[in-house]
Design a protein around this ligand. Sequence first.
Ligand code: COA
Length: 179
Amino acid sequence: MPYGWEGEKTRLVPLDREKHFDNALRWMNDPDLTAWMLSGDYPLTRVGEEEFFARVSRPNAEDVVFAVETLDGRHIGLTGLHRIDHRHGTALTGSLIGLRELWGQGYGTDMIRARTHYATNVLGLRLLWSEVMVGNDRSLRALLRAGYREAGRIPGFYWKRGAYRDKIMLYLRRDDHAA
Ligand SMILES: CC(C)(COP(=O)(O)OP(=O)(O)OC[C@H]1O[C@@H](n2cnc3c(N)ncnc32)[C@H](O)[C@@H]1OP(=O)(O)O)[C@@H](O)C(=O)NCCC(=O)NCCS
């Protein structure tokens, strides 16, 4: 029986070492996949990824990380709520679809929507925020399409792959989303 939080094309499921670990390790060490991510510029060892899996797999008030699967159970990505702050009702969101051949087909947008549903309705968070580097048009479009709004830009904030890149700050408020 399938389990997890279901969107129209994706399902967010708990991380499973057997099913998701090797993909996560491979994806996070792929320079193309991480071209616009904050992660990916230092080698991620098996030990490092094991520590990450162990940390986010323990009951943990600050991070919720899901594996993203298609509705028929294929592992396609990872997504998370980080720096969860229950007092302020906020969390930083991030994601990766590791199967490049599936990009641009709406999986990312659907995954973001499912994560928003979980964050707002299940955890009761009020405001989600995210950061995208200028140039990561796909991520920006997926976030905007899923209801995030741009709050502003800081020029040249990030050093990434040979240049300083502007940081775009985005947010989604539960109340706007429900409206
Ligand atoms: C960002 C990511 C999760 C988006 O997933 P996805 O499945 O490709 O997203 P979707 O198909 O739902 O939406 C992509 C949007 O980009 C558009 N798009 C497709 N190809 C594009 C391209 N070459 N350039 C710009 N936009 C493109 C799509 O049309 C869609 O927008 P629209 O339908 O509103 O026009 C995925 O590309 C990814 O994992 N990238 C690498 C990791 C990453 O950068 N993560 C985010 C860090 S902030």
